[in-house]
Design a protein. Structure first.
Length: 498
């Protein structure tokens, strides 16, 4: 006989978390299947659940397990004997007195902790067990507690835990509470009545789960059981929640994987070009981008693993959904699947937050333009006559590589306030890579390109840069923050030569 355990999990997503980070916009305009990363659900102006995941940077999901759907069951409280007598509909005369066949019909679907009490029912509500000589409930409500050891054959008994006791009491007619005393004594009752006792805590480890407590020598750890709604309804709700998270995980995984692929391919091509030009600072930056692309790829694999796990659970859900959940064994199978889905949902929600954060940082899109106009080519401060030539720079990094346009790179730098002086931006056809600097220390500028036959592209307010064959590089700094003069190296070559 297998004891079942139910853990109902509520996912907490604070509303304030949705606006806690500057990188809230996404949607680079690419469609799934094109080169780069798919953003089909990140369209401009939409407020999809994926956006919410992405916005929740550095927030964690509350995954503490409880044993009841509180939003459905409400905040029920334990009732005393006197209250039971005043509420005729709540009294259950004869509860625990008739023939009991446990593990046959499931009558309760959830439970939660009430407290640690010295229970009057254990002392004076036991008509058939070891305390039968002190039984007093016959003249009051004509009920009795039901002890696990008195009903379950010895060969079928399991080491006691909350789940083992619940799996028994949930199938005993007329019972609403269950208690465990001294680490192993499980009993069911229609109500409980706290007696005056000492101030000792329930600190006796459960015999079958030593990480939890089951009363002490004189007190019981008491739980209330609820039969709210139907098991099938909760099973469906658990699946729907998991399916929503699964869909988000799939999209975010594809997005991060696409970012990794774009960053890797672009960095490899650019590193080859600037390696031919002898620009060691640029090639090292691009090497760093390749390493970070590996980090993104690894994260996408973690997302794929969770997505696969959820896919397997979906198959198991379809099987148990067909079962008769009023039968104990079949309900136990369904609850095992439900618990697994709830845990996967929590795990998946956390992973979606991590993937969303990576997507926000590695591929920002602020849905605005003109950010780069607040920056100037670094050569304007070194030798203004070369302000419009291609340049690369190095220095103290202010973050990992980004797959971003110059405008978005500027927005990220702005969001870092005094922690970012400028950035080095590379373009290869339509793909851009950006590197942020807390301090720009070196610059390499290319003076070998003739303007004749070259394509002039407006980049900043009044400055242009030379772009040849879809390849471009520019070092840009904040006009308001930049101080000093970086070490400059003139390369009398043109980047098209690469």
């Amino acid at each position: 006989m297998t004891a079942n355990r139910i853990f109902f999990i509520t996912l907490a997503m604070p509303a304030c978390a949705l606006m806690s980070h500057p990188l809230t916009g996404f949607g680079h305009g690419r469609k799934h299947g094109s080169s780069g990363y798919p953003l089909t659900r990140f369209g401009h102006g939409q407020d999809t659940s994926l956006r919410k995941y992405v916005r929740m940077h550095y927030q964690t999901t509350d995954s503490k397990p409880v044993h009841v759907y509180e939003e459905e069951c409400g905040q029920s409280r334990p009732v005393s004997t006197s209250l039971m007598q005043n509420n005729e509909s709540s009294q259950i005369p004869g509860a625990g007195l008739g023939k009991i066949v446990p593990f046959k019909t499931v009558l309760k679907e959830s439970y939660y902790l009430v407290g640690c009490v010295k229970d009057y029912m254990l002392e004076h509500g036991d008509k058939f067990g070891k305390n039968k000589d002190r039984y007093k409930e016959g003249s009051l409500t004509n009920v009795s507690i039901v002890r696990y050891v008195e009903i379950v054959p010895k060969e079928d008994q399991e080491p006691m835990s909350h789940g083992v006791c619940f799996s028994f009491c949930r199938t005993v007619p007329g019972m609403t509470f269950f208690g465990i005393q001294n680490g192993q004594n499980c009993y069911c009752m229609p109500y409980f009545n706290s007696m005056e006792g000492d101030d000792s805590a329930c600190d006796q480890p459960c015999e079958g789960d030593t990480k939890t407590v089951c009363g002490n020598v004189v007190k019981s750890t008491v739980f209330q059981m609820h039969a709210c709604g139907t098991a099938k309804k909760k099973l469906v709700e658990s699946f729907d929640k998991m399916k929503t998270v699964s869909s988000d995980i799939e999209d975010l995984t594809k997005m991060v994987d696409g970012l990794a692929e774009t960053m890797q391919d672009t960095a490899v091509a650019l590193q080859t070009s600037f390696g031919k030009l002898g620009d060691t600072v640029a090639t090292q930056l691009l090497q760093d981008a390749k390493l970070y692309a590996g980090t993104l790829a690894k994260a996408s694999l973690a997302g794929l693993k969770i997505s696969t796990k959820m896919g397997d659970l979906e198959g198991r859900y379809k099987d148990v959904k067909k079962l008769n959940l009023k039968k104990f064994r079949e309900a136990t199978k369904a609850e095992t699947v439900m618990t697994s889905m709830q845990k996967a949902t929590t795990e998946g929600s956390d992973e979606a937050t991590r993937l969303g954060e990576l997507a926000a940082k590695a591929g920002p899109d602020f849905e605005t333009s003109g950010g780069a106009k607040r920056y100037r080519p670094v050569m304007q401060f070194v030798d203004e006559k070369f302000a419009d030539v291609p340049s690369t720079c190095g220095g103290k990094a202010a973050g990992n590589a980004l797959v971003a346009k110059a405008d978005d790179c500027a927005e990220v730098c702005d969001s870092m306030l005094n922690d970012c002086d400028g950035f080095s931006h590379f373009m290869l056809k339509k793909d851009g890579l950006c590197f942020l600097f807390a301090k720009v220390e070196t610059v390499t500028y290319y003076t070998g390109c003739k303007k004749k036959g070259a394509k002039l592209v407006q980049l900043a307010a009044n400055k242009t840069s030379v772009t040849d064959a879809g390849l471009d590089a520019n070092c840009m700094v904040k006009f308001s923050r930049f101080q000093g003069t970086p070490q400059a190296t003139e390369a009398k070559r043109c980047i098209k030569d690469a």
